[in-house]
Design a binder for this molecule. Structure first.
Ligand code: ZN
Ligand code: ZN
Ligand code: FE
Length: 764
């Protein structure tokens, strides 16, 4: 023996780790390798390790925990305390969970097939060769199959499948990769795929037969992890156009799945950050720049410079893409506005008219979960839709909530949030609550999240809008205290809380979105606020204009063009003529009626919506007069902006913080009349809004003694606006905070509501 090493005993507390991802077996293996004795167990606060042995070995274990932990474990923090030595060497073991108190049974998100499973999937000698449900503790379904807690096979949708002897042996062997892997299965005992319909001869297995149909131009419904997709070749214009027609989806881009990173790089220009997102265990759809001359049908993403690309995330996808040998369109399995189908009988009825065949399997999906959508913006990964692979990761509230709470979110892009202490869990994207099926999903999500995270809410938070379905849901709950939070304050609080700002951390915020009910009873959407998570003051806003026909104006941007032209003229001026671009689209009589409505405020309530201003610009320069999906006019306007043009329209801001866009509208109309193209008009309008916003926020920050500026609301998913405003603020020495882990749009509202409730003690 050499020099005697210093011995040490330590208590190591690990937080953030979710269940069912092989964390304790990992600790066991590593501790034994390092020659340590002691134990690891779950308790009410997370995972507890006590280890004794050489001091360097203990340091090594502590260092390894966040780095070498299994991919789904997501270690949040590791804290170490020294204990008195106990001596003796009784080895290292996994001990039973501490039965005292209610465990923090964190549920894992679904994880992409790991490399070890992928190698087996492709190995002709392996017993799971080409088995579409291969998984282990490092990968596989979790959130989408969990019916309740504790996370054990009987409470998953795998309950009906009884493990065969070899699978059971793996399941009980702590040294096996499948130790306590609840969805463990093999071809002998697990779920199976079947191909329904489709006239193609079923040679070989169902997956290769499906791939052959796809190669020949068929449209197939494919049952995935969180729901059904509709699939077809991405390079087949006729197949994609047929899918659009059958799905009744005219323009909204379809997502693609590429077989691998090389396949993705062949159709899109990928940065290192984007590649990392594509390959992350969450496997989201990543919005990336389309390559020129990429072999992708024009109908996949009309009027867009970008493509939504993802990589295979289940073994079934890996097999299907490898067999098809070409990128596939993989879009949600539904008619345009319905929620994605996930129950077999329902899917098979609804999708039969769209798909030529269905590739199905018999592992039920417990909770409908769309694909997540992310993008790199302002240098950071930014979530646009938070769902499969990201949910239900715990989010930290900077202020502990005194009472357990439920926050019901907004009306569009609905999510809900349950919270207790400093822990918050935001649901997957539920959808737009105009749809009855989606409203049912909201109620189911609330019940599911309350059960999964043992939250019995005493406070229920909702938007101030009385007509949101989420507000009505909240107010129907009895025996709880209700708290209403203003929409744009919730947007602001969500970003502050996401970045860990204390409850009294003061900030200026520019919150730009489509609409939200303001404190004065009008529709807000271009708001400058000062405040913190406890409260706010409105210190500026976009000049208000009429919203002719209310919600219909969002679907018909030409109405906003009329409203803004009326506002830009004096009250005594004649009604504006329609710009050339709209003359063929809008009947002269309709134009006149809408202008009259706008002028008199008849059926045309005032709005300060920044989304609607961009709509007006889009319609004025002939980009989009009528939308087929939400936000289309502004999205297409952004897409064609000339990125090299530096000019900006005049957008003055008054002493009392009013962004006066009337000169901007007059300048747009003059440019259009002079034949200036939409690419230049778009660039000038974007620069104007970004510069005016940054300038005004900097002044407000000085006046209100803060260095923090929050930018949020759905309009800040506009990348030009976001990146330019952030750059200008940072140049002015300010800290710009933007939404990253939660969407800037209304998908982030429920978390903001929770943050406000926590910061105010639930008393608003
Ligand atoms: Zn695996
Ligand atoms: Zn088996
Ligand atoms: Fe909003």
């Amino acid at each position: 023996m050499g020099a005697v090493a210093t011995s040490r005993r330590a208590r190591i507390r690990v937080q953030g780790v979710v269940q069912g991802v092989g964390f304790r077996p990992f600790v066991l293996r590593r501790a034994r390798e390092l020659g340590l004795s002691g134990f690891v167990r779950n308790d009410t606060r997370g995972v507890l390790i006590e280890a004794e042995g050489a001091a360097e070995a203990i340091d090594q274990l502590v260092a390894d925990l966040p780095v070498l932990a299994p991919p789904l474990a997501r270690v949040a923090s590791v804290a170490v305390d020294d204990l008195e030595l106990r001596g003796g060497d009784d080895g290292f073991t996994i001990t039973a969970s501490d039965p005292a108190g209610e465990p923090l049974a964190f549920v894992s998100a679904d994880g992409a097939t790991c490399d070890a499973c992928l190698a087996e999937l492709r190995d002709p000698g392996d017993r799971r060769h080409r088995y579409p449900f291969i998984n282990c503790t490092d990968c596989g379904p979790r959130f989408t199959i969990i019916r309740g807690v504790p996370y054990d096979r009987p409470l998953t949708t795998m309950a009906a499948f009884t493990m065969c002897a070899p699978c059971l042996a793996e399941y009980h062997d702590p040294s096996d990769r499948r130790f306590h892997a609840q969805p463990n299965a093999c071809p002998d005992c697990g779920p199976r795929v079947r191909l329904l319909g489709g006239s193609g001869g079923a040679s070989g297995d169902a997956v290769s037969a499906a791939a052959a149909l796809l190669r020949d131009g068929a449209i197939l419904a494919v049952k995935g992890l969180g729901g059904y997709h509709l699939a077809c070749r991405a390079d087949d214009q006729r197949a994609v156009a047929r899918l659009r027609a059958r799905k009744h989806r005219e323009d909204k881009p379809f997502a693609l799945m590429a077989p691998d990173v090389r396949g993705a790089a062949a159709i899109a220009v990928l940065s290192a950050a984007e590649t990392a997102l594509l390959e992350s265990v969450a496997r989201p759809i990543v919005l990336v720049r389309r390559r020129e001359h990429a072999r992708v049908a024009a109908a996949v993403a009309p009027a867009s410079r970008d493509l939504g690309v993802m990589l295979p995330y289940t073994p079934l996808h890996h097999l299907l893409l490898a067999d098809a040998g070409t990128p596939l369109v993989l879009t949600s399995g539904n008619h345009s506005d319905e929620p994605i189908a996930y129950r077999d009988a329902d899917a098979q009825t609804r999708l039969a008219a769209i798909a030529d065949g269905l590739l199905v399997h018999d592992r039920p999906i417990h909770i409908r979960t769309d694909d997540s959508v992310v993008r790199v913006a302002a240098g950071h990964p930014t979530v646009l839709r938070r769902a499969r692979g990201l949910v239900p990761e715990r989010l930290a509230l900077p202020t502990a909530t005194a009472r357990p709470l439920l926050a019901c979110g907004a009306h569009l892009k609905s999510t809900i949030c349950v919270a207790k202490g400093t822990s918050a869990w935001v649901s997957h994207h539920i959808g737009d609550l105009d749809d009855a099926a989606t409203r049912l999903s909201l109620a189911e999500a609330v019940a599911h999240f309350e059960a999964l995270f043992a939250v019995v809410p005493e406070v229920v938070v909702h938007d101030e809008h009385p007509d949101y379905a989420s507000t009505r849901f909240a107010l129907d709950l009895e025996g709880v205290e209700h708290l209403a939070v203003q929409h744009h304050h919730a947007h602001m609080a969500a970003v502050l809380a996401e970045h860990g700002c204390a409850a009294d951390h003061r900030a200026v915020a520019a919150i730009y979105d489509g609409s939200g009910l303001g404190r004065d009873g009008t529709t807000w959407g271009g708001e400058l606020l000062v405040g913190d998570q406890r409260g706010f003051e409105r210190v500026g806003h976009l000049h208000p204009v009429a919203l002719p026909g209310g919600d219909r104006a969002a679907r018909q941007p030409w109405r906003m063009a009329a409203a803004w032209l009326v506002a830009a003229n004096g009250p005594e001026d004649a009604l504006p003529d329609p710009p050339a671009a709209l003359r063929d689209i809008v009947p002269a009589g309709d134009w006149k009626t809408i202008c009259e409505m706008a002028r008199r405020g008849f059926s045309a309530p005032p709005t300060t919506s920044m989304g609607r201003l961009l709509d007006a610009v889009s319609a004025l320069c002939g980009v989009r007069a009528v939308c087929t999906y939400e936000g289309q006019a502004a999205i297409e306007l952004e897409a064609l902006a000339d990125r090299s043009h530096r000019g900006a329209y005049d957008l003055p801001v008054s002493e009392d913080g009013v962004l006066d866009a009337r000169p901007l509208i007059r300048a747009v109309a003059a440019d259009v009349a002079d034949g200036v193209g939409p690419a230049i008009v778009s660039a000038r309008a974007h620069h104007a809004v970004a510069q005016a916003t940054a300038r005004t926020c900097a002044q407000l920050a000085g006046r209100h003694a803060t260095r923090t500026v929050v930018l949020s609301g759905g309009v800040f998913q506009n990348r030009i606006l976001l990146e330019e405003t952030v750059a200008a603020l940072e140049q002015a020495g300010l800290q710009a905070l933007v939404a990253q882990r939660l969407p800037a749009n209304d998908g982030g509202i429920s978390f903001g509501q929770a943050a406000v409730a926590a910061a105010t003690g639930g008393r608003g």
